[in-house]
Design a protein around this ligand. Structure first.
Ligand code: GLP
Length: 241
């Protein structure tokens, strides 16, 4: 596991974006694993800027997002599909038919999870997977106690995650407590993994990820099993290392 400690969130985003830009330069039809949450937003802005300056093209790129709320269609403003369109896909030259987010409105979610796994395999696997991290060490929506070999499946969110994400929902808005998420086993099959964390609130989770024992209590600690992981953090998120 390589750990890169940078001054602030802007540097983290710029450093992370370069990894994606270089991956696409080397393989124009790269398969990217993408993430939601507030942490990747600045990295997506970097990618949009690089596209505008013609430094990268996403025309042959495919993407798979980590997770989605179960019960929300992609047209719902709180869905992760909507988020990805708004924050990235609508601003770059990507073919949306090649962008995948788990189907939150699937009639049969279990079938949708199996189909998602099959679609990743059909594309030859994820070349670079972007991850954020929850305060409790979750990656995607793999909450503490998730099996370290889990596959894409339906997961119940913990109270902590529901509370952390409540800020995105209006006071009377339905907030799902279930999700579809790539499993930890799925994530570990990516060829390269880039985890970003910024801010003091992530310091404990980063310590457990990097220095803690391999444990389902901190799902991100499973990344210790992968041979090509880069953890990019600002000084605040690194403050407990
Ligand atoms: C959500 C997402 C995760 C993300 C986490 C942290 O729960 N499912 O993929 O890493 O939030 O979000 P933030 O970056 O906003 O702290």
């Amino acid at each position: 596991m390589k750990v890169v400690i940078l001054k602030n969130a802007a540097e983290v985003a710029a450093y992370g974006a370069q990894i994606f830009i270089k991956t696409i330069a080397a393989k124009p039809n790269a398969v990217l694993g993408l993430a939601t949450g507030s942490t990747p937003l600045a990295l997506y802005k970097e990618l949009i800027a690089a596209r505008k300056e013609n430094k990268v093209s996403f025309s042959q790129v495919s993407t798979f997002n980590l997770d989605e709320y179960l019960g929300l269609a992609g047209t719902h403003p709180q869905s992760y599909r909507y988020f990805m369109n708004q924050q990235l896909f609508d601003h770059i030259d990507i073919d949306k038919a090649r962008t995948a987010v788990p189907a939150g409105d699937a009639v049969n979610p279990l079938k949708a999870c199996a189909a998602y796994e099959a679609a990743i395999v059909a594309k030859g696997g994820v070349d670079v997977q972007l991850l954020g991290i929850g305060r409790n060490g979750h990656i995607g929506f793999n909450e503490p106690s998730s099996s370290l070999r889990s596959r894409t499946r339906v997961k119940t969110l913990t109270r902590a995650t529901i509370e952390d994400n409540a800020r995105f929902f209006g006071p009377d808005e339905f907030q799902p407590h279930l999700s579809l998420t790539m499993g930890i086993g799925t994530i570990l099959e990516s060829k390269k993994i880039v985890l970003l964390a910024t801010g003091e609130s992530k310091a404990e989770a980063i310590k457990a990820t990097v220095e803690g024992p391999l444990s389902a209590a901190c799902p991100a600690s499973a990344l210790q099993l992968h041979e090509n992981v880069i953890v990019i953090v600002d000084e605040a998120a690194a403050s407990k290392l």
